[in-house]
Design a binder for this molecule. Structure first.
Ligand SMILES: [Zn+2]
Length: 303
């Protein structure tokens, strides 16, 4: 009986031990199960958010997540902008910049009109001064120095000219001189010989009472000494300015030359101008003008 009770106690002890061992193993399994489910809990919400976001089913939580995303991207934008700004600051000495203090269009002030009166704006001029504009720009010369430029033109091309000269400046395109033709007493030959770029100069087409496109302020001459006008008249070649004769050979290499690969040419054409270098009866390499249709409309208005 005692033996039996000892045997029973032993059996009970073994059972308890077995139960304990069993419990540990269950606990271990539970921990690893928890660990698995915990990792599942960690990944699952993100997955769900992404999924909902993609499907367009945004909850308020998703909205805030989107807002955060927006915040993050705006923060990124700011830092990118700051980087750009810093880069710009570093290169500002080398790269030309456009400022409204340097590049602007105004109506003709009394001061400017005083310079033009009796010169480019002759007494018989029937283009109202109110229809003309004064453009102030910066340009680069051949040595890369920055110079102030000014030009009077018709209001219909003022904005185009400003944009063209801004682009030329940004690209370091060389323009030797750009002052009002009045500084040369509105004498075209003298102004061209000085390689002065200009636009408005009231005059009629030779032997007619038709206002020329320069007279309307819708034609522009750029670096005229190196891009002369030429025509055969009665078997004789004329060149204007006369000092531009060495630059009639358009295959030769020289500074300021305008051809169809030239940035100045490309910009004027983009803005709707036509080039005198494309003419067949004569060549005017310095000359860009608005089409006849524009001139016709203005002439009808003024004559
Ligand atoms: Zn011209």
């Amino acid at each position: 009986m005692v033996k039996n009770s000892k045997f029973i106690i032993n059996i009970l002890l073994v059972m308890v031990l077995l139960c304990q061992a069993c419990g540990h193993s269950e606990e271990k399994t539970a921990v690893s199960g928890t660990s698995d489910s915990a990792s599942c809990v960690l990944t699952s919400p993100e997955g769900n958010l992404r999924k909902d976001s993609e499907s367009g089913l945004s909850s308020s939580t998703d909205r805030s997540s989107e807002d955060n995303a927006d915040d993050d991207s705006s923060t990124t934008e700011i830092s990118v902008n700051e980087e750009q700004e810093n880069t710009e600051k570093e290169t500002s000495d080398m790269t030309p910049e456009i400022s409204s203090e340097d590049f602007y269009i105004t109506t003709i002030s009394d001061e400017i009109f005083a310079r033009m009166k009796g010169k480019s704006y002759k007494d018989e001029c029937n283009v109202p001064i109110e229809d003309l504009r004064y453009i102030h720009i910066l340009h680069k010369d051949l040595e890369g120095s920055t110079k102030e430029g000014e030009m009077v033109c018709h209001e219909v091309i003022a904005q185009d000219l400003l944009e063209i000269f801004e682009e030329l400046y940004l690209n370091n395109y060389p323009i030797e001189r750009m002052v009002l033709v009045d500084d040369y007493d509105a004498d075209d030959e003298t102004s061209m010989t000085a390689n002065n770029s200009s636009c408005f100069n009231y005059r009629c087409i030779s032997h007619t009472t038709t206002i020329s496109k320069h007279g309307l302020g819708i034609a522009v001459d750029i670096n005229p000494l190196y891009n002369p006008y030429t025509k055969i008249v009665n078997g004789t070649r004329t060149v204007e300015p006369a000092a531009g004769a060495p630059y009639l050979d358009r295959d030769a290499d020289f500074p300021y030359k305008i051809d169809e690969n030239d940035l100045c040419y490309k910009l004027f054409i983009e803005h709707g101008f036509e080039w005198g270098g494309s003419w067949t009866n004569s060549k005017d390499y310095q000359h860009f003008e608005m089409p006849d249709s524009v001139a016709k409309e203005l002439r009808a208005k003024y004559q």
